[in-house]
Design a protein. Sequence first.
Length: 101
Amino acid sequence: MRTRIELHEELCALLGSRQVYFRAPESVKMSYPAIVYDRTNYRNDHANDDIYRQMKAYTITVIDKNPDSELPDKVMRLPFCRFDRHYVAENLNHDVFTLYY
């Protein structure tokens, strides 16, 4: 099982900046584009009455002013990633993914 820090660094590399936040605190003034992520679940794969693989599930939200941003496409290419939804809030585009890492 890979670590959250490894995921953080991978997301920073995709974004090309350090505007990546784990459970973004309200006191932080974000600039965009940005990625916010949080752990939401676990996935256990079973065989022979035992867990042989356990993966943590993260909700990853890509926030960008640009509605045609390529960043969601980059996130979508991560293994074990699936698109959940898109919405607009405060004139910012939010693309939400679930990633098993």
